[in-house]
Design a binder for this molecule. Structure first.
Ligand code: NDP
Length: 393
């Protein structure tokens, strides 16, 4: 039995709150806190039993520490934005509480993400006997655990990993992003990057693409992006030779994005307008639908998984493991679309692993450093069943 403080009441925060509330044998008490109290209270009104809510500015360590002291959680689940990772980790250190998140730190003024800032907290968490679990959503998160599971059960050595993320859903808007618009657009407009033979190879944005026939969806064009799980997998999967991350986009999405970029609406530097400074991407975010509002009427499916090649018992092997999630089913269950659902469920399971003492440790960890089996068992139980196949070489 444990008490969790969930920070962030967006699309993902709503799913984490729902899923924790559905498992009271582990999550005996829940506090949901965010910048906008009304959003916490709206989620609270949809849950099967009462939770506490609170207003907090997660950029402010003193405010966070005061809330943690007042509510005394066993674990803080950070599903606010990557900008808040370090302040929330600082507050956890100050108050002596464990930490979990789903996305690595990103400074506001530079479209760059990497684990270094959070890995640098290793000694401080270790010295205090605290645990920080990083990147426990779907990708990063389940995709890392798929790789650890493959290595444990199906390979003597992994040579290549292709993480493939397909959203074949339709939300009815001409242009919207499935998770925070600012973070999403920063990610997809950045230069691509993949790992090969110990080096990182950079490419122009969206310049490498190919068609893949996704199970339960069909053929879709997927584009090579840089994504954060590649950084930790390069460290934690010994001997891996090549790793790439692919994401599908519709032509409609790509056309809108190109126009927005061409007119300067994706810029992250301040622009002077009628005597005030505005950041175009932040203004664009204010115009776009919130990810949590996309669920009603969203149809279609997501398919996210890993294609892995390597050797077992001296023979080459090709293995594909994936989850398919249906937007409408996710909405029926927790009033959220599948992208929020596939992120929030693993965050809840990661929290469960920590609170029940199945995953323990002092320091800062990525999910693939733990035994994948108990997590994989819980995925199907809590709404994300997975399928594995061995393919002809
Ligand atoms: P949303 O934009 O829907 O929600 C973000 C929430 O954080 C909002 O409630 C927002 O408050 C709150 N917030 C922002 N700044 C602060 C602050 N300073 N203090 C307190 N609360 C704050 O985003 P999502 O729910 O879609 O995404 C949440 C996180 O999940 C992101 O970090 C995202 O990168 C990550 N993610 C991870 C994935 C994975 O597979 N690993 C996939 C998808 C998302 P307000 O409503 O007032 O703006």
């Amino acid at each position: 039995m444990g008490k969790v403080l969930i920070i962030g009441a967006g699309g993902v925060g709503a799913v984490v709150a729902h899923k924790c509330a559905l498992n009271p044998e582990v999550f005996s008490d829940i506090v949901l806190a965010s910048r906008t109290l009304e959003k916490c209270d709206k989620i609270k009104s949809q849950l099967p039993h009462p939770i506490e809510t609170a207003k907090v500015d997660a950029d402010n360590v003193a405010e966070l520490s005061a809330l943690i002291r007042k509510t005394s959680p066993n674990l803080v689940i950070n599903v606010a934005l990557p900008y808040q990772d370090l302040t929330i980790m600082d507050a956890c250190l100050e108050t002596g509480v464990n930490y979990l998140d789903t996305a690595n730190y990103e400074p506001r003024d530079e479209a760059k993400f990497c684990y270094k800032w959070q890995w640098d907290y290793q000694e401080r968490f270790r010295e205090k006997g605290l645990m920080a679990l990083l990147g426990c959503g779907f990708d990063p998160g389940v995709t890392n655990i798929f790789c650890a599971y493959a290595l444990k059960h199906h390979f003597d050595a992994i040579h290549t990993i292709d993480v493939m993320d397909c959203n074949a859903g339709s939300h009815g808007h001409a242009f919207a992003t499935n998770f925070n618009p600012e973070i999403n657009i920063r990610e997809v407009t950045a230069r691509g990057k993949y790992y090969e033979n110990g080096e990182w190879v950079e490419i122009d944005p969206m310049s490498i693409h190919q068609t893949f026939d996704f199970p339960e969806i069909g053929p879709r064009e997927m584009y090579l992006l840089y994504h954060e799980e590649l950084e930790s997998l390069a460290r934690n999967i010994p001997g891996v030779r090549r790793m790439r991350f692919w994401m599908t986009f519709s032509q409609e999405y790509l056309t809108h994005l190109r126009v927005l970029q061409n007119v300067g609406m994706t810029r992250i530097d301040p622009v002077s307008f009628q005597g005030c400074e505005i950041v175009p991407l932040q203004f664009l975010k204010a115009l776009l639908p919130e990810p949590s509002s996309l669920g009603a009427g969203y149809t279609g499916k997501t398919n996210i998984g890993c294609m892995i090649e390597g050797v077992k018992d001296g023979r080459p092997r090709k293995y594909y493991v994936y989850n398919v999630c249906d937007h409408a089913e996710a909405y029926r269950e927790v009033k959220a679309q599948a992208i929020s659902y596939t992120t929030g469920v693993p965050a809840m399971i990661g929290a469960m692993m920590m609170l029940t003492g199945v995953w323990t440790g002092s320091g800062v960890f990525n999910v693939e450093e733990f035994d994948p089996d108990p997590f994989m068992e819980k995925l199907g139980v809590h709404g994300l069943p997975w399928t594995e196949t061995f393919l002809e070489q």
